[in-house]
Design a protein around this ligand. Structure first.
Ligand code: FA5
Length: 380
């Protein structure tokens, strides 16, 4: 049986606990004030200087206070041991000893809990403030994209030709030799194949080197008469430079009917360019050669910048070269199943990328496909 204790035996232990508390409490004593009291904040800033923000300081102070509470009144604290020992005090002194220990518990526990409570309130307030959304602030607009300059130009060209009564044809980017060459009057070993050498696949197909292939598809599908334009991507084994890309865009035009002549070709191209660049635009045709047209001509238009006087854009010539054209060769009509004794037609083709280059004053055609948003954004 354990020996009975006197109250006197416990007193030094009570005092010792009280002393430890008073010494350590010094660091927290202002936290029993209301958390918005300036003294509370000043004290926190002075004692927990290392925190990056007031919130950090409050969180650190509260963690430290929690550790102190566990040390002083937790289950393994000296006070808890003291409480157990009250049971061993002589019966007649047990009441008074119990009261003394309880008072100590209240003396220490109450300020600790009050301080923890106020620190927690401050933490909550600061967290709410930092996470608050100001609904009156103007919103951030999501970045809106826009069409690529080549697409914008293609759509303008389409609009003009639709207005002239043309249909829009969608061609194929992968073609057989028949559509890319043979049907266009470019037999095997013809020198025109070399200048338009393209990318071949292993099974007899090739990426089309010009949109003229769509002339054949359109006539096969629609028969004659036909009036269509075919914008699209074409491919050539050209080394990239400021005016060449191995992939670029063309627009093909085809008009086949009874009695179509060179005059219709000139009238149509001239009207297109007037609608594109303004009513003053003058068009010029120069004799040329394409295997699929006879006669053939390349067409230029008066510079939209200087009006024909000469400037940097037209290289001081006053003229800008745009594309090729001519009367559809009878062999091409025949290859597409149209009778050249009944029908005649004209065709033309132009490159959109170079046109884009000219219109926007770009120095290098390759910029259009670098996909640099800072560059593309300028065309909105
Ligand atoms: C042709 O491709 C003919 N099919 C045009 C044609 C159609 C003639 C119908 C007669 C009747 P050419 O090879 O010249 O023609 O190319 C036409 C245009 O494509 C050129 O004027 C140029 O603007 C553009 N072009 C040609 N090669 C490139 C390239 N590597 N990069 C960018 N644009 C190019």
């Amino acid at each position: 049986m354990t020996a009975e204790l006197n109250f006197e035996d416990l007193k030094p232990r009570v005092n010792a606990i009280q002393e430890v508390f008073q010494q350590k409490w010094e660091r927290f004593r202002y936290f029993v004030l209301d958390h918005s009291d300036p003294k509370f904040i000043e004290h926190l800033k002075a004692e927990w200087r290392s925190g990056d923000s007031l919130l950090d300081m409050a969180v650190e102070a509260k963690d430290e206070l929690e550790r102190l509470r566990i040390e002083l009144i937790g289950k393994k604290s000296e006070l808890a041991a003291l409480k157990k020992d009250v049971g061993r005090i002589r019966k007649e002194q047990r009441g008074i000893a119990g009261q003394a220990v309880n008072n100590l518990d209240i003396f220490i526990g109450n300020p600790l809990r009050d301080a923890e409570d106020q620190l927690q309130r401050l933490i909550n307030k600061l967290r709410t403030e930092s996470e608050r959304i100001d609904v009156t602030l103007p919103g951030r607009r999501p970045r809106r994209g826009h069409l690529h300059p080549i697409t914008m130009l293609r759509e303008r060209i389409e609009d003009i030709f639709v207005g002239l009564g043309y249909a829009i044809e969608d061609g194929r980017e992968i073609e057989t030799d028949f559509y890319n060459f043979d049907a266009l009057n470019i037999p095997e070993n013809h020198p025109a194949r070399a200048s338009q050498d393209t990318f071949y696949t292993t099974d007899g197909f090739a990426l089309r080197s010009q949109t003229s292939t769509v002339q054949i598809h359109a006539m096969q599908r629609r028969g004659a008469p036909v009036r269509m334009i075919a914008p699209g991507r074409v491919f050539r084994r050209d080394t990239p430079d400021p005016t060449h890309n191995p992939m670029f865009f063309q627009v093909e035009g085809l008009c086949v009917d009874r009695g179509i002549s060179m005059a219709h070709l000139k009238g149509t191209v001239a009207e297109f360019l007037r609608r594109m660049f303004g009513p003053e635009t003058v068009t010029r045709f120069r004799p040329s050669y394409f295997p699929f047209t006879e006669p053939s001509a390349e067409f230029d238009f008066s510079c939209f910048k200087c009006g024909g006087v000469g400037c940097r854009i037209c290289k001081n010539s006053g003229w800008i070269e745009l594309g090729g054209s001519g009367m559809v060769h009878p062999n091409v009509l025949r290859a597409a199943g149209v009778d050249p004794d009944v029908y005649s037609g004209f065709a033309f083709g132009l490159g959109i990328d170079r046109m884009c280059n000219l219109m926007y004053g770009l120095d290098d055609i390759r910029l259009l496909f670098e996909n640099d948003v800072r560059f593309l954004e300028q065309f909105d």
